[in-house]
Ligand binder design. Structure first.
Ligand code: URA
Length: 186
């Protein structure tokens, strides 16, 4: 079986997930999308309204901005894999609870095992705490490299922070540029 087949099988199996209460309120499970053997794995937080409607990650305003920032950094959205720490939308877009992240972790873990990325870019504190368990401030650790189990972990901001105006797009684009640069020698 290719990694594409394995990912498809995991997707099919995940569609009926009821391992946490978000299973009862979601319209669609947002599994993730992209290349099954991507070197770069982008990890976000949890789906919003548009993602829940469509079943696709990062298709709302933050997603459009993400695609644009990747392009500006010389990366193509088609060449990476994109998913969230939580695959189902938390009501009213609240942050996912710890127990929901924990319930979702086996899917994420299997995605990482199948795709085997070189770099996992954690966008925002939810993703960072999910994989890195760092209590540091994002402003202090974004753009730095951390060693993960079989891949490097690279924290950056969530594109929603740029939409809110708390971070400049240039800062995130520069973070992505460094990822693009590092991929040449990884
Ligand atoms: N995580 C996010 O932060 N946004 C999405 O659209 C999907 C996952």
């Amino acid at each position: 079986m290719t990694s594409k087949d394995n990912l498809q099988a995991l997707y099919t199996q995940s569609l009926t997930c009821q391992n946490c209460e978000l299973g009862a309120t979601r319209k669609n499970l947002v599994f993730g999308e992209g290349k099954a053997d991507a070197g770069i794995f982008l990890l976000g937080e949890a789906p919003g309204a548009k993602e829940d409607e469509t079943g696709r990650p990062f298709v709302g305003r933050a997603g459009e901005l993400l695609t644009e920032m990747l392009t500006q950094a010389g990366l193509d959205r088609q060449d990476v894999y994109i998913t969230g720490s939580c695959k189902c939308r938390p009501p009213k877009n609240r942050n996912p609870y710890k127990r929901e992240l924990a319930a979702c972790r086996p899917i994420l873990q299997q995605q990482l095992e199948i795709i085997k990325p070189q770099v996992v870019v954690c966008m925002g504190l939810v993703a960072i705490h999910n994989l890195l368990d760092k209590k540091a401030r994002l402003a202090d650790i974004h753009g730095q490299w951390f060693e993960g189990p079989g891949y490097k972990i690279y924290p950056t901001y969530h594109p929603a922070a740029v939409l809110r105006g708390t971070v400049k797009a240039e800062v995130m684009i520069e973070d992505f540029r460094r990822v693009a640069e590092a991929m040449k020698s990884l």
